[in-house]
Every structure is written in C-alpha cells, then in structure tokens.
Design a protein around this ligand. Structure first.
Ligand code: ZN
Length: 319
C-alpha cells in the first residue's frame, strides 16, 4: 500500500508500506494545471506506480541512480511511454546501460560486476530505460506555480541531487528533499568506487547552509520528515563521520601492521547481526561496500598522517 504523508497542501512524502529492506521514499507534487511532478517515487509494487500514473504526470525526477531508487522505474515507461524522466548527469548513462554503472561504481573491477548485475536484474527486476532527459544538477525549473531547484550534492554518487520545492502561488513552507545525504542511522554512505568522503562533507555543508538560511521542511529518502527546525542535524552527520575516523584509527596500534581484513565486518558500518544474516551473493556486495567505506577513511587518515602504510595495504598508527 502507498502511504502519502502530507508535507504541505498538495505536496506529499510517498512510500510503500512494505517490510522489504531495499526501498526508498519520494515526493509527489500535485498540480491541477500541468500534472504531477514526482521525485524518486520508485514504489515497491507495480500497482502503486499504476496508481500514481492515474493522474497526469508532467515530470519524474531521479535524485541519483542507486538501485533502491530506480529498480521499478521501467514500469513508469511501460505504462506511460511518453513520461519525461529527468536524471542528473552523468548518471543518465547508468539508467540507459547498466554496464556503465558497474564500470563507474567499481563492482566490475572488483570482480563482482556479474553478482551486482544479478542482484539488479534478477532479484530487483531492474530494467534499463529507453528514454531519459538529462539535466545538470543546479538547473532550476518552473512547473506552473512550482519552483523546483535542483542542488548538486555529489560524494554519495557523482550526480547526487537534492531538491528545493516551492509553490509560489500560495504561501506554503518550502520543502528540501535531501535524498541520500545521510539522514539514516548509519549516516552518510560512500560505498562505491566513485564515492568520495571529502565531497560528501562538502555537500553536507552546502545543504546545511541552504537549510539554515531559510524555512524548510526536510524530507529524505530513508527517514522521517522533519517539520521543526533542527539546526544541528547536518552538523551531527559530520560528527558521525569524524567518529568513524576515530573508530578506525583506534583499530590500529603503533607496532602490528593491520590490513583491511582485520577491520572489515567488525560491525563498523554494517552491524555484526546484519552481517550474520546475509548470505551468498549479497555478502560479496556488502563486503565491497564496507571495504570502500573503510578505505575512504584510511586514505584520509594517511593524508592526516595519523596512520602510515608499512607494506602493501598494511598500516600502523603513527607515533
Ligand atoms: Zn543512494
């Protein structure tokens, strides 16, 4: 079943109430004159997408091409072949040809490209799209009275986009849809080869600046909507990242060299219970994610001279 949480009149946070773990939530902007605008409404059930398509849809926006955001997009194209799907550059090429995705995200080089493809096409029923409209994040759109600003927030993925939504006709509060900036228990996520820790931090600061200088309701891809101003919410995300830095640093000592295998699957990013529960194909993907996240911190710790490399991919704490 589709849940519509009203943010302001005619603008909703939309999600499936499925217990399936791999899902996201999106935004529905109703507009009588032009048709709806949808952002990241990758619902879990085909029938939910049919339902959203009962009203005319003027545009569909993708925040970024991670599978939990796009695996069911093909239904939109199937039921409405003329639908305009906007996707941020350079991720449009991932929607059109998945081989571009496994190359850029690093799974191909890492030797799990086929596993990742199997996860996408067989388990999630992902299909490539025939037609995608590419946009440069930063572009602003006017849809009738709706002013939609796309905000480039890379790091999580190269084209990752947040959205500021304002209805100019009526005096309503603005919405800031921050997609996967990191408002989850784990915090920011940077588990692909193209992810970048420093850029994630810069994007968080960029969003914080926008949020602190205006009145916004925040919605994101995986957490509750936030109606009351929480000035510290983005700073807390940065603090969480620094805590990972500290945790990883503390796993080293000054005399015994340690490598990735000594750090991985010790409950750092993915909890030990979660790791125990995953099987087969998924394990190699989660291993790859945690590997990349830890490596991002290791690179940073080496740069700050907190640890030093002694031998290939072995480090000790600097004293
Ligand atoms: Zn994502």
């Amino acid at each position: 079943m589709l849940i519509y949480e009203k943010l302001v009149d005619d603008i909703f946070l939309v999600y499936s109430n499925t217990t399936f773990w791999f899902k996201c939530q999106g935004i529905l902007i109703k507009n009588k004159n032009l048709g709806s605008i949808l952002i990241d409404c990758n619902c879990f059930y085909e029938k939910e997408i049919k339902k959203l398509l009962k009203d005319p849809v003027e545009a569909y926006f993708v925040s970024h091409v991670h599978l939990d955001h796009v695996y069911n997009l093909h239904y939109y194209e199937e039921y409405n072949p003329k639908i305009k799907v906007y996707c941020p550059i350079p991720e449009d090429k991932y929607l059109k040809d998945f081989n571009n995705f496994i190359r850029d995200n690093g799974t191909l080089d890492y030797g799990i490209g086929d596993n990742f493809k199997k996860f996408a096409f067989k388990e999630l029923n992902f299909k490539e799209l025939n037609s995608v409209i590419v946009f440069n994040p930063g572009t602003e759109y006017e849809f009738d009275s709706i002013h939609l600003k796309t905000i480039h927030t890379p790091g999580h993925s190269p084209g990752h986009t947040a959205f500021s939504i304002e209805d100019k006709r009526e005096k309503k509060r603005k919405i800031l849809f921050v997609a996967d900036i990191g408002l989850t228990k784990m915090g920011a996520w940077y588990g692909f080869k193209y992810s970048d820790l420093k850029t994630v931090r810069e994007s968080i600061k960029k969003i914080e600046d926008i949020y602190l200088n205006d009145d916004f309701i925040i919605a994101s891809s995986h957490g509750p909507a936030i109606f009351e101003k929480q000035p510290e919410i983005f700073n807390e995300l940065l603090i969480k990242m620094n805590e990972y830095d500290k945790k990883i640093l503390n796993m080293f000592d000054t005399h015994t060299p340690k490598g990735l295998d000594d750090l991985i699957f010790k409950g750092l990013f993915f909890s030990e219970n979660y790791i125990k529960s995953i099987k087969g194909n998924h394990k190699s993907i989660i291993y790859f994610f945690e590997n990349n996240m830890i490596m991002s911190h290791i690179r940073e710790l080496v740069e700050k001279e907190k640890i030093v490399e002694v031998g290939t991919n072995q480090w000790i704490m600097n004293n």
